[in-house]
Design a protein around this ligand. Structure first.
Ligand code: SAH
Length: 184
């Protein structure tokens, strides 16, 4: 199910991204989303990818090198809530991806937290251009996961329905949830 939702998120961002666009990966992790975004915006585009963990930044850099997409990506080893320091207020974002929780195989210490996730999400949403998309994948099976998913549901529920179209995909039970919010 996680694989299916991940594939759905990739498909959705690929459908709106064009060569030369600007995109954000809020949680670089092992770099799969970053490579997807970098591939879609091409060498004339730009991707800014955040992660607090050096190991994630390293893994993402290696994956970008292997795919030949290194040039168009800026890797930022910092909390995604610092987005406003990296991106100007008037930057026009075409896509932003969030893949929350912790890095599989890690010590589970660098886990996303609702307060900073919501700050980063707000920063992306306010810079999203018409036709742009934000995808948020949240995991409910780990401690704090349900709470984080609930606060994201709240924030996404508050988006102006005249300006955003939201689709929610749920795995069963405490499986992942994917939100896809498109700016109309
Ligand atoms: N749970 C997903 C993988 C998520 S990886 C799965 O199972 O496939 C999430 C990444 O977010 C980790 O690499 C972690 O280091 C990073 N992260 C945690 N808090 C962060 C923050 N505040 N800002 C940016 N990245 C963060």
């Amino acid at each position: 199910m996680t694989r299916r939702l991940t594939a759905l998120a990739h498909e959705a961002v690929r459908a709106v991204l064009r060569a030369g666009d600007l995109a954000v990966d809020a949680t670089a992790g092992n770099g799969h989303d970053t490579v997807c975004l970098a591939d879609a915006v091409g060498p004339t585009g730009r991707v800014i990818a955040f992660d607090t963990q050096p190991a994630a930044i390293h893994a993402t850099r290696e994956r970008l090198r292997a795919s030949g997409n290194e040039k168009q990506v800026q890797l930022v080893q910092a909390c995604h809530s610092t987005l406003g320091e990296v991106l100007p207020e008037d930057a026009e974002l075409r896509a932003a991806m969030f893949n929350l929780g912790y890095l599989p195989g890690s010590n589970k210490l660098a886990i996303t937290k609702a307060s900073t996730t919501l700050a980063a999400l707000a920063g992306c949403v306010e810079r999203l251009e018409r036709g742009g998309i934000v995808s948020v994948m949240a995991y409910r099976g780990h401690p704090g996961g349900e709470e984080e998913a609930a606060s994201i549901a709240g924030a996404i529920g508050e988006l102006d329905a005249d300006r955003f179209s939201v689709k929610r995909h749920d795995a069963a039970g405490t499986g992942p949830v994917l939100w896809l919010a498109t700016r109309l």
